[in-house]
Design a binder for this molecule. Structure first.
Ligand code: MN
Length: 444
């Protein structure tokens, strides 16, 4: 696992003033995205967030400021031969190369950089206000886990009040194979899906627009190096395959989902849109915010292949998360959105390393740029629930927004924004930016 080093030093500053004290993108973060300048021919390239700017890695590559391993790393991320679809080749290189580039960019952006370096790098900055984004990687495969015991209990209670938790939950990191083609970047709005649903007590299903539209607050893990078919990733090696983390909203059509998912799992209830944030925060940037993975003594302990000293020592991440709902009324009156939930990833029942190991244990091959969703992140209290179906107890107890409007489920025109950040005494705050999507009316 990544050790702390000078790039985590809270007293480090950048010559770029907007970086210092920036809530998301100080010099200690340096997350990656694929971006282009809006209003022009869209020329996609890799970028790194610093303060309110994007450092254009293709422009930086042309400056030839780096040498050795860092120069090779930059060539992989943004050299002329790089695929504009995403950072898959850079993700595939592995932790030593990710570290080489992070440390080199840190030096270029540091207050300690020479005046001529600062001038060279300044010429490679684009304001984030002028940037548009695409997915950070070409996502060939998307898998969504189900690793919050609080979410599993809250949702299970709606379907099975006497036995909310399925008997496998505390033994197996549960997941389904999702749809990669409908993974979209933040800011992509989508139409409410049509589908089939069965109302409680009805004799036959009906076809129509989804009536129970929900969000799911999740994190997404981008896979770095893949593994060969038939060669599982042991838990001891899982962290080396983890490139970084983004915000993920697994939009869910609950009425469609609950009617269709027996016995093979979610299908149309989940495959119409999955939104992720443009910025991917690296595992190295997240190193200060790790926590021990613990299991209460009276609960099943992980089987040996899902257990290790390193995972127990620091497998968990304390990532703070919040969900906002903005209605058409909020927008019309230029009012702030309502924060409907706030929690932390620390409450999750399984770690990302355990998810990677579980995914590959039967021999399945992961590829660079594959996306693993954490599953809905719900904390132990009702206000920490990561989906509206939990906040409203199956739609029975509507929540009231700051406009006075109520919601059992999401309506057309509602936008949901996910935010994430890490803070800890002795370190600066870093953040993930935002992940936003708006629900458009169903296709007529
Ligand atoms: Mn999900």
């Amino acid at each position: 696992m990544t050790q702390l080093n000078h790039t985590h030093n809270p007293s480090a500053t950048s010559w770029l003033a907007s970086a210092n004290g920036h809530p998301d993108f100080p010099i200690q973060n340096l997350p990656y995205a694929m971006f282009a300048e809006s209003g022009k021919y869209l020329s996609w390239r890799a970028g790194v967030a610093i303060g309110d700017q994007v450092l254009d890695l293709a422009a930086l590559h042309a400056k030839k400021l780096l040498t050795g391993h860092a120069a090779a790393a930059l060539d992989t991320a943004a050299g002329p031969s790089q695929n504009v679809l995403g950072l898959n080749a850079f993700m595939a290189t592995g932790p030593d190369t990710w570290t080489a580039l992070r440390h080199a960019l840190f030096a270029l952006l540091s207050s300690d950089a020479t005046a001529s370096t600062q001038a060279d790098v300044k010429a490679c900055l684009t304001p984030q206000a002028n940037a548009v984004y695409r997915l950070a990687a070409n996502v060939a495969n998307y898998t969504d886990f189900y690793t919050s015991i609080h979410h599993a209990r809250n949702v299970g209670r709606i379907a099975r009040p006497d036995n909310p938790l399925t008997e496998n939950f505390q033994w197996v990191p549960i997941a389904y194979h999702g749809r990669a083609s409908s993974v979209v970047v933040s800011g992509t709005n989508f139409r409410r899906p049509m589908g089939q649903s069965m109302a409680p007590g009805a004799k036959a299903p009906v076809y129509g627009p989804c009536a129970r539209m929900d969000f799911e607050l999740e994190l997404g893990l981008f896979i770095g190096q893949g593994n060969a078919l038939g060669e599982p990733i042991a838990l001891a090696n899982a962290e080396q395959h983890m490139f970084g983390i983004c915000l993920l909203n697994d939009w869910s059509a609950r009425d469609i989902q609950f009617w269709e998912m027996a016995p093979l799992g979610p299908f149309l209830g989940k495959n119409f849109c999955t939104s992720i944030s443009p910025w991917v925060v690296t595992m190295e940037a997240l190193a200060p915010y790790r926590l021990p993975f613990t299991r209460p003594a009276d609960e099943p302990q992980p089987l040996a292949y899902l257990d290790s000293e390193a995972n127990r020592a620091q497998g968990t991440l304390d990532i703070q998360l919040a969900v906002e709902i903005e209605t058409a009324h909020n927008r019309a009156h230029k009012e702030a959105a309502t924060t409907v939930s706030q929690t932390s990833f620390r409450h999750q029942y399984w770690t990302f390393a355990q998810m990677v190991t579980q995914h590959t244990m039967g021999g399945c091959n992961l590829q660079s740029g594959d996306l693993l969703g954490s599953g809905t992140i719900s904390g132990p209290t009702p206000a920490q629930a990561g989906a509206i179906i939990e906040l409203t107890r199956g739609g029975k107890e509507p929540i009231t927004l700051n406009t006075g409007e109520t919601r059992s489920f999401l309506l057309d025109g509602d936008a949901v924004t996910l935010r994430g950040w890490c803070e800890k005494p002795g370190f600066v705050r870093i953040g993930f930016g935002e992940n936003r999507g708006e629900i458009l009316p169903a296709r007529p």
